[in-house]
Design a protein around this ligand. Structure first.
Ligand code: GLN
Length: 251
């Protein structure tokens, strides 16, 4: 036995769901794991390709964002994975989903042409876009979240036409930007092992504590220590401070 600690991440459609560098979230997780002596083993799941990953053996399932076209492209393939994803979710696998990926885990996404893309129905929320393609929520966003039992401001960038309703447990309270609906009070969806959000950034590079929260959860679930050695996040913290200041001044 090598004694090397490891976590497994299943990256769904890495070449289709990669808006605004969302794939960077996987890089951030890999780096922050590596700095703690944990190897993050990433397996991709590609469109219309037989599964090479055992969904039940994963620690994290990740879906990035994608525009309406990409969502249409992969909808059938994603539905064919429904039972495996639902079982993993039930089993406590951590699920991180951004924007287009977030929408497809709900009941459905009705796009700006009125086309209804069925979701996996894992959660009760549903999403509808305005028929006016210009009617989108675009810009920087800051939300107040409760992670690791504490208060943490999560910063990102949103660009979505979809308006998500019937969200039982939102990820955060909107301080700046829109969130689930235009001018709304709440953003995203959260459970102990789920973060679904409209925030690109990529999300985890702007919010390193969120990345550590996910890693800690996964280590704990494996019965290993959830304590992670602190990293030098001075640059990230300076960027966060600057962004939070700028965005709170520009309401
Ligand atoms: N197509 C979706 C929308 O516009 C998702 C876009 C995204 O992933 N940024 O609502």
């Amino acid at each position: 036995m090598s004694g090397q600690k490891s976590l497994k991440l299943l990256h769904m459609y890495p070449n289709v769901l990669d808006l605004y560098g969302d794939g960077g979230n996987v890089e951030v997780l890999k780096y922050r794991c590596k700095m703690r002596g944990i190897e993050l083993i990433v397996t991709p799941h590609y469109l219309d390709t037989p599964d090479i990953a055992d969904f039940s053996q994963q620690d994290i399932i990740y879906l990035g964002g994608g525009a309406d076209y990409e969502q249409q492209l992969l909808a059938q393939d994603l539905l064919s994975c429904k039972d495996k994803i639902a079982a993993a979710h039930k089993n406590g696998v951590f699920m991180l989903m951004i924007c287009g990926g977030y929408q497809l885990m709900g009941q459905y996404y009705k796009d700006s042409n009125g086309e209804k893309i069925p979701g996996l129905g894992l959660f009760s929320y549903y999403t509808q876009a305005s028929r006016n393609k210009r009617d989108r929520c675009i810009g920087n966003i800051v939300i107040d979240t409760q992670i690791c039992g504490g208060d943490y401001k999560v910063i990102g960038f949103e660009n979505h036409g979809g308006q998500t309703a019937n969200v039982a447990t939102p990820f955060g309270k909107v301080l700046h930007g829109n969130g689930n609906v235009r001018g709304g009070e709440f953003e995203g969806y959260v459970e102990e092992n789920v973060i679904a959000t409209y925030l690109h950034g990529p999300l985890l590079s702007k919010n390193p504590r969120l990345a550590d929260h996910i890693i800690s959860y996964c280590m704990k679930r494996k019965g290993e220590s959830a304590e992670l050695a602190p990293l030098n996040d001075k640059l990230e913290e300076a960027c966060r401070k600057q962004l939070l200041k700028r965005l709170s001044e520009n309401k």
